[in-house]
Design a protein around this ligand. Structure first.
Ligand code: NAD
Length: 320
């Protein structure tokens, strides 16, 4: 993590949305010496942030009025747009405030939010993250930022306090574009890895043998070598703890839904991306609602009518 000394010229930070991600991100800003005023609609989330040193505000607009930089970490684009305009966040802030939206939202919504902020006399940056709740707590998130170079430079000390890496991807919306493109690769590759393991099972291949080959050959990817969907070969992967997330399937379904919207809007021929969105929407809406996204292997196996033999999993511990 790049160290961020106290304040660093960023002034007071208003942090709106102190949930699973925003709570620990705001706490890391406090730890790095920043003054943070925060707000969340859920009193328990606000109280937990206050314990970590965030100064609780009475409302989102109160947090923004006092701030030099406003960070939002909200569920979806409609929450960001509603809060910015109808909710009065932009109007409440001092002119020249930097609005950094770290939520994962639609590229078009990110551009609309950016334009609204600039119209109101402010600066804006979209800066969605990868790294999940663990990365938010550990301060090891990766930020993908969209907006001007000056805005990125102004936000950098804050991003450095919450993450390990920040990439300036281009103009407004480019951060969200990078996020959904990356997660489209991830969703497709997890389905591919899972299908390969289930095919290997039906061909009599052990999980370990397929892992040993593919993880050092051209099949290597993060879905295989870090988040391996069968228990055994990668002890830290969610498959070893009954697919507890990790990266929850509903979040993958959300991100693939955003990617699918962008695919349709742009006319790109992304058949695998669209199919991955369908498969994850079905999985997350049913048996995968509370599972890591790698749990989709169980659905693929069940629909294939198979189960691994003890021999296939014997080097790996518990069968998947
Ligand atoms: P969350 O539901 O835990 O937190 C969102 C918070 O926003 C909630 O506490 C909610 O009360 C608050 N909120 C909603 N509307 C508000 C308003 N008008 N004013 C104040 N507070 C408001 O969600 P999360 O897991 O923290 O995710 C936040 C964002 O980060 C999402 O866009 C998600 O897609 C993205 N993300 C999440 C993860 C993850 O692993 N959880 C990983 C990467 C990106």
């Amino acid at each position: 993590m790049v160290s961020a000394s106290a304040d660093n010229g960023t002034g007071t930070v208003g942090f709106i949305g102190l949930g699973n991600m925003g709570g620990p991100m705001a706490a890391n800003l406090v730890k790095a010496g920043h003054r943070v005023t925060g707000f969340d609609l859920v009193p328990e989330a606000l109280a937990a942030a206050a314990e970590a040193g965030v100064e609780p505000a009475a409302s989102a607009t109160a947090a923004a009025a006092d701030a030099d930089v406003v960070i939002t970490m909200l569920p979806a684009g409609r929450h960001v747009l509603a809060l910015y305009e109808d909710g009065g966040l932009l109007a409440a802030a001092r002119p020249g405030t930097l609005f950094v939206d770290c939520s994962t939202i639609d590229v078009a919504d990110a551009r609309a939010a950016h334009e609204a902020a600039v119209r109101a006399g402010h600066q804006a940056l979209d800066a969605p993250v990868s790294g999940g709740v663990v990365g938010a707590g550990a301060g090891t998130l990766t930020f993908m930022a969209g907006g001007g170079a000056a805005e990125f430079a102004r936000a950098e000390p804050l991003l450095a306090a919450m993450g390990r890496k920040a990439v300036h991807c281009g103009a407004a919306g480019a951060g969200q574009a990078a996020k959904i493109c990356n997660n489209m690769i991830l969703g497709i590759s997890m389905i591919g890895v899972s299908e390969a393991f289930v095919l290997g099972e039906s061909l009599g291949l052990s999980h370990q043998a397929l892992y040993d080959v593919a993880s050092t050959a051209s099949g290597q990817c993060w879905a295989l070598s870090v988040n391996c969907p069968v228990p055994g070969p990668v002890p830290a992967s969610p498959a070893n703890r009954d697919y507890r997330p990790g990266f929850a399937a509903p979040l993958m379904a959300k991100d693939l839904g955003l990617a699918a919207d962008a695919v349709r809007a742009s006319g790109v021929q992304a058949e695998l991306g669209l199919r991955a969105a369908e498969l994850y929407a079905a999985f997350a809406g049913n048996e995968g609602a509370e599972q890591d996204f790698s749990g989709i292997i169980r659905t693929i196996r069940q629909q294939s009518g198979g189960a691994p033999t003890p021999q296939q999993t014997e080097q790996n511990g518990t069968p998947a």
